[in-house]
Design a protein around this ligand. Structure first.
Ligand code: COA
Length: 336
């Protein structure tokens, strides 16, 4: 079977749109809101990225039909944070059937993307694939990517939550600058599974700063809200709440499903219901903002987090698999 690799810009747009609209492994993330409209939105995002990433956006074609597409590009905030050039394979879509043609097309496509990644001098690559997309997972494994993290998307409607959780002595307010010291202290004291902490090539202590940085980013760039819980007048925990305004404008779906978020509870306040209260508070906020359905992603080995989300009535929506690959010969670690 002959596989042709073409640039995204050389393939008729209607064929590419069809590939996205027929994607059986779309990022549904378990939300009924994110069905066909979400597939359309994923196409719009991929097209926008392909327009600025002309050489990195490619398509594998068999008998004139696009079977797989993906793009290779840098993730500047990660490159800056780890001080090495970091790339990602993103905007991945396959035509669907878990058959040999998809595997072949995906393997050729991944090989080609990795050649481009090497040309770009990326040291480290990652990619995120929906769990059921077996052929794509096999294709990236065949090109030496290693499993790094399973990510559970826990989903639920905002209107079916229990009445507000009352934790004695607790109040919730907005974030202020002084809270960052407490957030840093909390992250320094807890450990939880994450792909950078468990990869082996990154300093796990530094990895936790990445999550802290996200709080700073959301606060400084006003990407969303950060709610802080205080217990007996002391910082107890914080949670990020983001509504994807671009998605809302483009397809009319108000949700948080594609936005990175975070929650941290200071160990001095753990197991007292603070995270439960914060998640519930956030649900109320989302509901008041017209968000009907939410996603809460967590590493599937983060048992405390997942048990807590289940207690709140959130349910398994989908599973994403993240894979890592170190490209620099003799290197499998970022400088510390
Ligand atoms: C996970 C985390 C947010 C839980 O916060 P918390 O305020 O202690 O949780 P709560 O008191 O609200 O607990 C709610 C439920 O979660 C589950 N849970 C919480 N901590 C648990 C633990 N250590 N072991 C098992 N279950 C746990 C339980 O079901 C608990 O209910 P219960 O106490 O009635 O049994 C907190 O430990 C934390 O900050 N961890 C590190 C950061 C992190 O993992 N962030 C999430 C990344 S996605």
């Amino acid at each position: 079977m002959k596989v042709d690799i073409k640039l995204w810009s050389e393939v008729p747009e209607s064929q590419l749109e069809d590939l996205f609209l027929n994607n059986p492994f779309s990022l549904y993330r378990g939300t009924p809101l994110a069905d066909d409209m979400m597939k359309k939105y994923m196409f719009i995002l991929a097209k926008e990225n392909a327009e600025i990433n002309k050489e990195g956006a490619i398509v594998a074609i068999i008998n004139g039909k696009p079977i797989v597409t993906a793009q290779v590009y840098e993730v500047p905030y990660l490159s800056k944070f780890w001080n090495i050039p970091i790339g990602v394979l993103g905007h991945f879509v396959t035509d669907g059937p878990n058959d040999e043609n998809t595997y072949l097309a995906a393997s050729m496509l991944v090989r080609e993307l990795l050649a481009k990644a090497k040309k770009n001098n990326f040291s480290f690559m990652s990619t995120n694939i929906p769990g059921p997309n077996i052929m794509l997972i096999r294709a990236v494994e065949a090109q030496s990517f290693r499993y790094a993290e399973g990510f559970l998307n826990m989903v639920g409607p905002t209107n079916r939550f229990r009445d507000s959780v009352k934790v004695p002595g607790m109040k919730i307010r907005g974030l202020v600058e002084e809270d960052f010291l407490e957030i840093a202290d909390a992250y320094a004291r807890v450990s939880f599974p994450s792909r950078f902490a468990t990869d082996g090539g990154f300093d796990p202590k530094k990895a936790s700063q990445l999550y802290m940085k996200r709080f700073r980013e959301v606060y400084e760039q006003q990407l969303g809200k950060v709610f802080v819980a205080e217990l007996e007048e002391r910082f107890a925990g914080a949670i990020i709440a983001i509504i994807d305004e671009k998605m809302s404008r483009t397809i009319g779906v108000r949700s948080n499903i594609l936005s990175g978020m975070g929650i941290i509870i200071h160990p001095r306040a753990s197991r007292r219901g603070v995270s439960t209260a914060l998640v519930e508070y956030r649900q109320e906020y989302y509901k008041s903002e017209g968000v009907e359905y939410v996603n809460f992603g967590a590493n599937f080995n983060n048992r405390p987090m997942i048990l807590g989300l289940e207690k709140l009535g959130l349910r398994y929506g989908s599973l994403d698999m993240t894979f890592h690959l170190w490209l620099k010969e003799g290197r499998c670690a970022a400088p510390t």
